[in-house]
Design a protein. Structure first.
Length: 184
């Protein structure tokens, strides 16, 4: 894998690589991916869960019990459920977001896709994501997986990072350029 060297260089990348290798060996990449998507949504939707993951005050045993409860409630696959227990026991729960991101990149690479990081001021609608995928596929020459997040500070528009290329069509950047031009 072309991205594996860079991904495996970080702590989260090593955990994501181990999870990916296990999921690949068990032919469960899609199942683990869906479970990680559910966890990512829970991190975005539940302030309590996000605090559990990020708080250094929650011990390993408590984190393990909380992760087990979350895994049951979200209906996570056994590989991901066990993996959460490993993160808790090793004191690495704070790496969960980065692990999810790295796993997605590894899975996309495995499928022959490239990943684009997309930031917008508001959540993108399904038809907007589909149109963006089509445009990026034409630009990249292969399928593109979209990793979208919302950042209201860009005011409007969108920024896209595709490999080493950055496309910034945010209103914030346009206003900054206009301000610089007016300063002369």
């Amino acid at each position: 894998m072309e991205t594996s060297g860079g991904i495996r260089a970080s702590l989260a990348g090593r955990y994501a690589s181990a999870l990916f290798d296990l999921a690949r060996d068990e032919r469960q990449i899609e199942s683990v991916g869906r479970s990680l998507d559910a966890l990512d949504s829970a991190l975005a939707d539940s302030r309590d869960f996000a605090e559990l993951v990020s708080s250094p005050l929650i011990g390993r045993d408590d984190a393990g019990q909380a992760f087990a409860a979350v895994a049951g409630k979200l209906g996570l696959d056994p590989i991901t459920s066990n993996f959460l227990g490993v993160l808790a026991r090793n004191g690495r729960k704070s790496e969960l977001r980065s692990i999810i991101r790295a796993f997605r990149r590894l899975a996309a690479d495995h499928r022959g896709e490239t990943t684009a990081e997309v930031v917008s001021a508001h959540p993108l609608k399904d038809d907007q994501v589909a149109a963006l995928k089509q445009q990026l596929r034409a630009r990249a020459g292969r399928d593109v997986a979209i990793e979208a997040r919302v950042d209201p500070e860009i005011l409007g528009g969108i920024t896209v990072k595709l490999g080493s290329e950055m496309i910034d069509a945010s209103i914030r950047t346009k206003l900054n350029r206009l301000a610089q031009a007016m300063k002369g």
